[in-house]
Design a protein around this ligand. Structure first.
Ligand code: ADP
Length: 396
């Protein structure tokens, strides 16, 4: 089925028009500066990119611009929007209500709205994308695919926080986890690559700008590093990961920050950017470290150390591990970071093959032949997963 995949942010909207079987991408692009002025970048494989300034006061005009360019006789790829069989939307927070993707109807929209307090930055933007599509293409079925859904198999001991239980019961405070669509796609591939054993224990390392790990037993998540929100876990490009809450009180008292300013520091100015002072991009930090920058070296060391600790924790949680997989920007491309993370894990049967590790951005086995734990590089494809879910639900 030909599916339009939409990832709507507050002022941007990414789209990909693709075949759900096999994943061929016909066109993809980005609407930016929605609500400010508006710019569309449209890419069709084998053709020159198109960049156009188009007024986009709201997401409605952005979706209209996407549909217009898709049917444009010169720049487009389809004769009519009727060729779009369905639309799949990425939605950040599905709370505990959504354990899988769902067809968008009034009940689904109400449930996404109920999750706004849990995902205050993303869910309202995701809803704007959904509502724009409903308005502009009312006859086309739509599906919501949640970043949290794959993690909903976690047992209570993994998702409960050790704070008064009433906050869980009354206020839904618990670990939810994110990057679920990515972890689902890559962990399923890892299980295939293991030869689809009856029993499998996989650690999925999604290392990008935002990063998280998931422990996956027999295809089901048993623990993950992000929490109620995406700030938790280990250091990321600009996010701190887990920190002692006392630091908040201390710094807010010392500098008079309010909670918004404090969270902005933890979300946007921390992580490897905060430690290195160089960049949030691992390529820049690796280059600075090579030139002898001590803080850049420390940032890489900290990242590697914390990921390694999570791997050890998840191996314990699962009673062992059959495969570790690396995905997303850093995981797919940085042979150096993969090697650093695997070094020192030989005690648990992890043995990297330095030669095989020289791969970039494509699926590969990078463990040594005699490694007890298989190590994989598996490029993630969240859009394909969204397209597949959308086709499965709309084909019914
Ligand atoms: P997002 O979390 O925004 O989806 P990505 O998964 O695309 O991000 O990851 C982006 C990050 O991947 C960049 O910030 C950069 O740090 C890292 N990256 C990309 N290519 C390389 C590379 N060759 N070496 C090291 N890091 C890389």
């Amino acid at each position: 089925m030909k599916i339009l995949v939409i990832n709507a942010g507050s002022s941007s909207l990414k789209y990909q028009f693709m075949e759900s079987e096999g994943g061929e991408v016909f066109a993809k692009g980005l609407c930016e500066r929605i609500g400010i002025d508006g710019r569309l970048t449209h890419k069709v494989p084998g053709r020159e990119n198109v960049v156009m300034d188009i007024p986009m006061p709201t997401h409605n005009e952005a979706i209209q611009a996407v549909l217009d360019i898709m049917v444009d006789p010169e720049k487009g790829v389809i004769a009519s929007t009727d060729e779009i069989a369905a639309v799949g939307h990425r939605v950040l927070h599905g709370g505990a209500a959504f354990t899988e993707s769902c067809i968008i109807d009034d009940a689904c929209i109400d449930a996404i709205k109920k999750c706004i307090p849990l995902g205050p930055l993303h869910n309202p933007a995701n809803l704007m994308g959904i509502e724009a599509c409903q308005k502009i293409m009312p006859k086309t079925p739509q599906v919501a695919v949640f970043d949290t859904a794959f993690h909903m198999t976690m047992p209570p001991k993994a998702y409960i926080y050790a704070i008064p239980y009433e906050y869980y019961e009354k206020d839904d405070v618990r670990r939810y986890g994110f990057h679920g669509t990515s972890h689902r796609y890559v962990s399923a591939r890892a299980i295939d690559m293991l030869g689809s054993p009856e029993h499998s224990r996989v650690i999925s390392c999604h290392l990008g700008n935002g990063s998280s790990l998931a422990a996956v037993v027999d295809g089901k998540v048993v623990d993950t590093s992000m929490g109620l929100g995406p700030l938790a876990g280990f250091p990321m490009g600009t996010r701190s990961g887990d920190i002692d809450a006392t630091i908040l009180e201390y710094l807010m008292g010392r500098y008079g920050y309010d909670i918004k300013e404090m969270l902005n520091i933890l979300n946007k100015k921390s992580g490897v950017l905060g430690i290195s002072g160089v960049s949030s991009d691992f390529r820049d930090i690796e280059a600075a470290a090579d030139e002898g920058n001590e803080r850049a070296k420390l940032a890489l060391e900290k990242f590697e150390y914390e990921v390694k600790k999570f791997i050890g924790a998840y191996a314990s949680a699962m009673g062992g591990v059959d495969a570790i997989l690396f995905t997303a920007g850093v995981g797919e491309n940085s042979a150096e970071m993969r090697a650093r993370i695997c070094k020192g894990l030989e005690y648990m049967g992890v043995k990297l093959d330095e030669e095989k590790n020289k791969v970039r951005g494509k699926e590969a086995v990078i463990s040594a032949d005699d490694s007890k734990v298989k190590i994989f590089v598996i490029p993630t494809n969240e859009e394909l997963m969204i397209a597949m879910d959308t086709a499965a639900l709309c084909g019914k």
